[in-house]
Design a protein around this ligand. Structure first.
Ligand SMILES: *Cc1c(COP(=O)(O)O)cnc(C)c1O
Length: 231
């Protein structure tokens, strides 16, 4: 097996073990392989090992990779910040966008989604810990934004996403993820039907799964360390 195949297997085993420890069905957590900074060959290797969903942060880099891999049935997720001047590329090329945090961006994505494609699947990014990155809507504004996004015709609101600051230990990480889970439950209780809670990365996926994540976004543990420093 290739290194990537072996590392994918290790990550899948980590997810399964975390589900078991939390009393959850392992099928309830999807793995998104975060391939930013890695080339088409690495993605193709992961695909050969059974991985179909890939996350990318940098729109231009992602679009080039998609073109190189258009012969494969891959599902691409945008997990990086979306500026207004990039919404068209996102709407035209991705299946999912996890980082919607403003109505204006959501409206542009909806307007620019090509009619021949299915609706763009979206998550609202929530700044759950008030972290200094400032990406994400404030928790007390999440429900309002969710209602507005859910009403847009060419978007399908699937859930919430968060990227908390690194925590010192499992319990601290879990406590922050539990706040995202509580918000997720609150939005669902308000009548929106969310099925996706996108949280957990290489360092904290166990804590995220324990708190109720339904989709973990893992890069380093699958592809190795990234050679240039980008978020
Ligand atoms: C890079 C990135 C990841 C993956 O991080 P790793 O620590 O390499 O697993 C997940 N989510 C987002 C939003 C990222 O930018």
């Amino acid at each position: 097996m290739t290194t990537i195949a072996t590392q994918l297997q290790t990550v899948r085993a980590r997810i399964a073990a975390a589900c078991l420890a939390a009393g959850r069905d392992p099928q309830a957590v999807r793995l998104l392989a975060v391939s930013k900074t890695f080339g088409p060959d690495a993605v193709a290797e992961a695909y050969a090992a059974g991985q179909t969903a890939f996350g990318e942060n940098y729109i231009q880099e992602a679009v080039e990779k998609m073109a190189a891999l258009s012969h494969l049935p891959l599902e691409w997720h945008c997990i990086g910040p979306i500026q207004s001047n990039k919404t068209r590329l996102v709407a035209q090329n991705f299946a999912w966008a996890h980082t919607v945090d403003r109505l204006k961006i959501a409206q542009r994505l909806s307007e620019q989604r090509p009619p021949e494609l299915p609706p763009l699947q979206v998550c609202i990014q929530v700044n759950v810990d008030g972290g200094p990155t400032k990406s994400g809507v404030a928790p007390n504004e999440a429900l309002g934004l969710a209602r507005e996004v859910a009403a847009l015709p060419r978007l399908c609101l699937r859930g919430l996403m968060c990227i908390p600051e690194p925590a010192p230990d499992f319990e601290a990480a879990r406590a922050v993820f539990m706040r995202a889970k509580a918000l997720f439950d609150q939005v669902n209780e308000a009548g929106l039907q969310l099925d996706t809670l996108s949280m957990g990365m290489t360092a904290d996926l166990e804590a995220a799964v324990h708190a109720g994540s339904t989709l973990v976004r893992v890069g380093t543990a699958i592809f190795g360390g990234r050679s240039y420093a980008k978020a």
